[in-house]
Design a protein around this ligand. Structure first.
Ligand code: NAP
Length: 347
């Protein structure tokens, strides 16, 4: 059977904030059969993840493009690979059968061909809504889990600060930290997001960073006894202010630096390294992909929290492939609350 496979691609490389018009839809004819001797898998995509890191792939140059193989530069017209959830429609690969529900590196497209079934795994789609596997039980959840437990090495009672705290990773970090018995403060960019953190997600307190003019004093106010752990999603000024307020032997997990993604090469705020030395602070960048060994633990722990309603799922789902450009540009305007997904098809 032949189908028209629509996909989203770059119209031109992006400098600065992404515009919806920087992306466009194209289509190609796809035969939904896998040739003899191939171990490829064809997946009908159902949900795709919208993630900030893609902006660094869409620039003419970013140092991240040569660091790891999933962050390589995207060219104009190229299909964009992205994390997603789908259903196998054809496979010669012994690990996958037609109609299997799968997660992995799919794409901003209606269908994806996964060479050799790489970066693809089966999911149990019966217990929780399918969309959960794109967020809380997917890569965002793993990022929060591994970043918090493996990188930050938290202890009960420690004081934790999370930036972009209403986002897909941040909201889960804050909820894990509360379940462990930490004192947790988050920051976000609107009153609604701040209220969500305090009233629904159980954060001890939260503030709107856009209303603060001196972030070092703000953090001093919220953490009079200092910060033990900073889960950094934004970088630059917030990172500098958090480090200035850290306790001895504090840990900073640098998950992402979204406030730096849109800037060109100007000088940015940075932590005071003298403080890093004298307070013996650990600052560690990490990538969730390095923690695939933790995936089974992460799924079993998080599923258990979900079964017992100990964790809230915050999702923000747009409909249809056509909504990808605005969903993506919206990440950098703070439009999303929780995990941003696009539902490509309902069946
Ligand atoms: P997200 O938080 O769901 O979406 C982005 C949010 O960032 C926006 O809603 C906005 O919320 C905030 N934001 C946008 N521009 C900002 C700016 N200039 N300053 C401060 N906040 C800004 O995204 P996510 O998926 O959870 O990702 C969060 C961070 O983790 C990103 O830096 C991402 O690249 C990184 N990440 C890393 C890994 C890894 O393996 N290391 C994996 C996934 C994500 P506000 O309204 O609060 O501004």
């Amino acid at each position: 059977m032949e189908v028209e496979n629509k996909y989203v691609t770059l119209k031109k490389h992006i400098e600065g904030a992404p515009l919806e018009s920087d992306l466009e839809m194209r289509s190609t004819v796809l035969v939904l059969t896998v040739g003899e001797g191939s171990d490829d898998v064809i997946v009908k995509n159902m949900y795709v993840s919208i993630d900030p890191y893609q902006i660094n792939r869409m620039k003419k140059y970013s140092p991240s493009q040569t660091a790891v193989n999933f962050s390589t530069r995207l060219d104009v017209g190229q299909a964009i690979d992205a994390y997603g959830i789908g259903m196998v429609v054809a496979s010669n690969n012994s690990a996958f059968q037609k109609d299997d529900m799968v997660a992995g590196l799919l794409g901003w497209a209606e269908y994806s061909i996964i060479k050799g079934g790489n970066m693809l795994w089966k999911i149990d789609s019966k217990e929780f809504p399918l969309s959960y596997h794109g967020g809380i039980l997917g890569f965002s959840g793993l990022t929060a889990y591994a970043g918090f437990f493996n990188v930050c090495k938290p202890k009960k009672g420690e004081k934790v600060f999370v930036s972009a705290a209403s986002g897909s990773v941040g909201n889960v970090v804050g909820q894990y930290a509360k379940l462990l018995g930490c004192y947790v403060i988050g920051c976000a960019g609107t009153k609604e997001k701040v209220d969500l953190l305090k009233d629904k997600l159980g954060f001890d307190d939260a503030f709107n960073y856009k209303e603060e003019s001196d972030l070092k004093s703000t953090l001093k106010r919220y953490f009079p006894e200092g910060i033990d752990i900073y889960f950094d999603n934004v970088g630059a000024e917030m990172q500098e202010a958090a480090v200035a307020n850290m306790n001895a032997f504090g840990r900073v997990a640098v998950c992402g630096v979204i406030s730096e993604y849109l800037s060109t090469n100007e000088k940015r705020a940075a932590p005071d390294m003298l403080l890093v030395v004298y307070k013996r602070i650990t600052i560690q960048g990490f990538l969730a992909g390095d923690y695939m060994d933790e995936f089974a633990n992460f799924i079993s722990t998080t599923s258990d929290h979900l079964r017992h309603n100990r964790i809230h799922v915050v999702e923000d789902i747009s409909q249809g492939l056509e909504s990808i450009p605005s969903a993506f540009a919206g990440l950098f305007r703070g439009d999303n609350v929780g995990k941003k997904l696009v539902q490509i098809t309902q069946d």
